[in-house]
Write a protein that binds this ligand. Structure first.
Ligand SMILES: [Zn+2]
Length: 596
């Protein structure tokens, strides 16, 4: 039984032109209101302007998201592409047209209007509680904003040079082909894409896994000088901009956009470092399971031997998720039920449908949409729980404004990870030992990849920025990378020298500098919250709900503080690793029964 979504709740296609015309007209009205701007303006006029801006944004998102979602369900939908193009044009136009308002809020000079001073900013911002945080934040960020001609130069520089550098890397990556020759294969073959090659690192055959990594890093090693130039160029540019904008360190420029204090990121990385031995224990266990003395890095992603190939129908999977949510908390389940009942899910893979899974929040008044590619594997069941969790989060926060509904990155995975963990624990409790071991094994592998691996990427990135600033060669940079691997794995994994070039293969550090730690941050935060829920039971649920309802109306540390959670406390973060340790202990126990 597969289901398709009904996008009419966003906007029926027949009403596109009408809404487009309305948005255009409202934009003109908004521009005409510029004459009202003055530091002494009334609170009512100010709040009305904010509301008009919100309603324009809502219309623009509806105009854009309807065709965009249609296209993700069918990439050859040419009408959707055309409508999306028109909506995008209007979005860009709107951004330009209302810029005077955001500039004025930030306290910047706007032609023909008196500048908004701090006292009046406080007076006006206090008039609208729902907008307050976003407004105050904009004003804080203004301290890191350059003058208008400088900002224009920066935008041009980014578009013409930084993006070109990023394109060079992308080009380089996609042009690469790989000679693939596992020991047991008769002859070598050429593999045209990296994603095809990387499938083999999960292959059950050890020589296929090793061959995949060898051909990957052979190619990266050959192109190392080019990857190094791009990496260095991006880093120098980032650091120079962070300096000009008055940030205390390169990573601080990213922390601010994530609404985080530098201290909490440092603490997180430190707690990760301290817990590296936890995953080292997992790798030792994995070596025993694969009948190796010491785990080879080539086998890090070797699959669990004899994974039971259990298939679950879509209907049963949805029931399983919904029963789990209901047992957790009825209002949580009710929100997920709305997404299902309102036909806001597209469930199964089709040709021309985009891959993966996501939850799309359009506006606070529209129930979110979920795209899945359900194939019946156990993993797909967690994906349902994860994406419905995102939807539940949005529905809890739908009392906020359009800018305040979507949580900031570090909190964005709270309900999704929670949903996933609830289903995981339910399955674990209902499984026999063999199936439970496979489940635990996958969970620990996933946690390693989202938490520890990312945390060490972040460590490398921080070190690389200072090394590049001081002057470094590509080989020296590879040495630095290798030392982070040595620390991460201790003596639990045998790491081939080739892995020293792995940094050149990670696109994020070039695409979005200092992004990787956010993965670890979000995941660990959710795990720690789940650990608190397990310790405190149902009395913790109202706190979770408070976090979800808050959306983006405050800084994460303020939202969490209200719920008695202190992210500057070491023991809070340790809770998440203790949860992971519990899984590892369960797994070790099962293995000790089997005497492997
Ligand atoms: Zn997610």
């Amino acid at each position: 039984m597969s289901v398709r979504w009904n996008l009419d709740d966003i906007l029926p296609e027949s009403q596109f032109d009408e809404l487009y015309a309305r948005a255009e007209k409202d934009l003109e009205t908004f521009i005409a209101k510029k004459s009202l701007l003055s530091p002494s303006m009334s609170k009512k006029d100010f709040v009305d302007l904010l509301k008009l801006e919100d309603s324009i944004s809502e219309d623009l998102y509806r105009l854009y998201d309807m065709p965009a979602l249609r296209e993700s369900a069918n990439s050859s939908d040419t009408l959707a592409q055309k409508l999306k193009g028109r909506a995008l044009q209007l979005l860009v136009q709107a951004e330009d047209a209302v810029r005077f308002f955001s500039h004025w809020i930030k306290g910047k000079d706007v032609e023909g209007v008196d500048t908004l001073d701090d006292n009046n900013a406080r007076r006006l911002f206090a008039a609208s509680k729902p907008h307050r945080h976003i407004l105050e934040r904009a004003r804080e960020l203004a301290a890191h904003t350059l003058t208008e001609p400088e900002e224009r130069l920066a935008t041009l520089k980014d578009a013409n040079l930084r993006e070109t550098l990023q394109d060079v890397r992308r080009q380089l990556e996609t042009a690469q082909t790989f000679r693939f020759k596992p020991v047991s294969a008769k002859r070598s073959k050429t593999i045209a894409t990296q994603s095809e090659l990387m499938q083999y690192v999960h292959d059950p055959r050890p020589d296929y896994r090793e061959a995949a990594y060898r051909s990957l890093f052979d190619v990266y090693k050959n192109n190392l000088p080019l990857y190094f130039f791009v990496f260095q160029g991006i880093q120098k540019d980032w650091d120079a901009m962070a300096g000009l904008r008055g940030y205390e360190s390169p990573i601080a420029m990213r922390n601010v956009s994530n609404d985080l204090m530098s201290g909490s990121v440092e603490l997180l990385l430190e707690v990760c470092r301290r817990n590296a031995p936890l995953f080292q224990r997992f790798f030792r266990l994995k070596a025993r399971l694969l009948k190796q003395k010491k785990l080879s890095r080539f086998d890090l992603y070797a699959p669990y031997p004899d994974t039971p190939d259990e298939r679950i129908s879509y209907g049963d999977a949805v029931d399983l998720v919904m029963n789990t949510f209901t047992d957790f908390h009825q209002p949580f389940a009710d929100r997920a039920r709305r997404i299902i009942d309102e036909q806001h899910i597209d469930s199964h893979p089709r040709k021309e449908k985009s891959s993966g899974a996501f939850c799309a929040t359009v506006t606070p008044s529209i129930t979110p949409y979920v795209l899945l590619n359900y194939t019946g594997r156990l993993r797909d069941v967690s994906v349902i729980a994860h994406e419905l969790g995102h939807g539940v989060h949005s529905l809890y926060a739908n009392g906020q404004t359009i800018a305040g509904q979507n949580p900031t990155l570090p909190l964005a995975e709270t309900a999704s990870t929670f949903g996933e963990l609830l289903v995981f624990e339910r399955l674990l409790a209902s499984y026999d030992e063999q199936a439970a071991a496979a489940l635990l094994f996958d969970k620990l592998s996933d946690s390693y990849a989202t938490v520890m691996r990312q945390a060490y990427f972040a460590r490398f990135e921080i070190e690389a920025h200072s090394a590049v600033a001081a002057g470094v060669t590509a080989e020296e940079l590879s040495d630095i990378y290798f030392s982070t691997l040595t620390e991460q794995f201790g003596d639990s994994v045998d790491v081939d020298e080739l892995f020293r070039y792995e940094w050149s293969y990670i696109p994020h550090m070039v695409k979005t500098p200092f992004y990787v730690y956010a993965y670890a941050f979000g995941e660990l935060l959710s795990l720690a919250l789940f650990a608190r829920y397990k310790a405190e039971g149902d009395s913790f649920i109202p706190k979770i709900e408070e976090i979800l309802i808050s959306g983006r109306t405050s800084y994460p540390h303020t939202i969490l503080k209200k719920c008695d959670i202190d992210i500057s406390s070491d023991s809070f973060w340790q809770g998440s690793f203790d949860l992971v340790e519990g899984w590892l202990e369960k797994l070790s126990k099962i293995f000790s029964h089997e005497k492997i």
